[in-house]
Design a protein around this ligand. Sequence first.
Ligand SMILES: Nc1nc2c([nH]c(=O)n2[C@H]2C[C@H](O)[C@@H](COP(=O)(O)OP(=O)(O)OP(=O)(O)O)O2)c(=O)[nH]1
Length: 336
Amino acid sequence: MGSPMTEITEVVAAVLLRGDAAASEFLLAQRPPGKVYAGYWEFPGGKVDPGETLHQALVRELQEELGITVNDVWPWVCCEFTYPHATVRLRFYRIHAWQGAIAAIEHSAFAWLKAGAAACVEPILPANGPILQALALPPVYALSNAEENGVEAELLRIERALAGGLRLLQLRDKTLAPARRAEFARAVMALARRYERYERYERYERYEEGCAPRVCVLINDDQELARSVGARGLHLSSQQLWQLDCRPDFARVAASCHSAADLARAAQLGLDFVVLGPLLPTLSHPGAAGLGWAEFSRLVERSPLPVYALGGLQPEMLETACRAGAHGVALMRGWR
Ligand SMILES: Nc1nc2c([nH]c(=O)n2[C@H]2C[C@H](O)[C@@H](COP(=O)(O)OP(=O)(O)OP(=O)(O)O)O2)c(=O)[nH]1
């Protein structure tokens, strides 16, 4: 028999969401007196009973705790955390629809919080800090494609997209000549600054001066360029993922992953999110078979980091991706 410290308690937790993607809110609930961590705020949910599937446990917990019925749930991130009382494996699910009115059957109070803004309740269960950060990520991660579109046309596309609400952009274009790429990066940063609005985000020390930029540009592969143009984000290739021994010092760090080992490495380095692919055959690699949705789901099932699906996707595939466990979609051609 294993010692209690090595046993893992399986827990399911629900991120109930309302509003559209641009201004969504999620529900936190306050743990009642008598429970461990009484008074702390959590996502509704609880332990999986013996013999139950994760889905059955989630449906039961939400009926017992909130009096609502759910059936359409999207698997999202999974993290392990060791408390003095137990080591838990928390499976988070995003839920956009339910039947019944939410009632405080077991909790002391509820609060709807704006995704990406400072949490207005405290204390929050210690395992949940990264979860709130993940909720601040938008559904689309846009990848620049100046190589195909030309720099001027790409700047126009970026400006239009920023005006339309794009918040997460990777400057890719690895084959542009270095001076041209630097010029492009400076121009992209100038655009991003024009569309940047700051929101208070004081809980997470990673952000300078307690603020999270609403628009984040991540430079692919080049820390020096990222610093020289003032980008707050860095995107690592899967190769760099294995060359670095610690997380580079940027507000947001992401990486490209192709395997379970890459995903584990990104989590170990404490990155913010990853892209995983290629999902489907792409225009750039037409002959290569993609992972497909079933393999994608299998790979992301235990990922503590939010995952964007990448490769041959269209914006309309966002929901399919989310049902497979993705946080969102990374697009090179389909964003506008
Ligand atoms: N429900 C929930 N539990 C969380 C979250 N974050 C987090 O670390 N946990 C931990 C706290 C607990 O150790 C464990 C959940 O156990 P619990 O005591 O709430 O489980 P339960 O509802 O089945 O309650 P009980 O029958 O044991 O009284 O997971 C979260 O966001 N939601």
